[in-house]
Ligand binder design. Sequence first.
Ligand SMILES: [Mn+2]
Length: 303
Amino acid sequence: MTKKKICMHGVPMDLGCGHRGVDMGPSAVRITNLGKAIERLGYPFEDLGNIPVEIPQRLAPVNENARFLGPIAVCCGLLRDEVKADLDAGHFPLVIGGDHSIAIGTIAGVVSHFREKGEEIGVIWFDAHGDMNTPESSPSGNVHGMPLASCLGYGAKELTGLAGETMLNPEKVVLIGIRELDMGERKLIRESGIKVFTMHDIDRDGMAKVVAEALEIVTKDTAGFHLSFDLDGCDPEVAPGVGTPVPGGVNYREAHYLMEAVAKSGKMTSMEMTEVDPVIDTGNQTAQFTKELILSALGKRIL
Ligand SMILES: [Mn+2]
């Protein structure tokens, strides 16, 4: 079987985050020679460069409940079009962030592609946080805490409307790695009906069981699933350079197991890796880890 071409897009976005640093994520990942490593797995690879993003110094944060909402929506719209074009051409989009608000653009692109064929997609959202805030519920006003809510139709219409109708069916969405939720997010998660695997569930059942259940949910009656991976879902010991570190995360092997199981499923449509922050990293360790995780998700095996 010929392997799909991997089309990589960097999104140096930090407008959704409270501070700078994750805008350098794409560069930090590129200098690990990710492209060459992907080619060694037998895939054609193309780096399509960066999606243009405004920098915060040039902008006034007009909306304190969802700071930089306008420019974030513009960037997500550009990313949506690129991702859809990749899929329309039969390629596999690989998006490197940037803060996690970019997922709204990536998912809008994936959904737009499959909707034209009358198909639905699932989503695996790996994260320490729920990313289920809305401008009304967010304590910080940072849009990178809102992308999953936006994809489920909650929040600012500039974001929820990026693929026309509501992007995702909550019955096909799973959260994995969760350990820090705001009050409003708890309520919205319960209302929305998405499936959540917290760190407590991973402690109790092990990553293997959690991933097996998750894959069943996101592949049932879908064209496949998108993987939206926030590096902060991993423990700061293995991924110290992330936008919002939280102790008690997934360890090195658990993270790789997740990626290996994703590869084995053969159902991943698209992938994004977000929140790599080289400014607070040690020796580019987190970008290196990101590269290794991508390779596992694309089928690199131990044996
Ligand atoms: Mn996130």
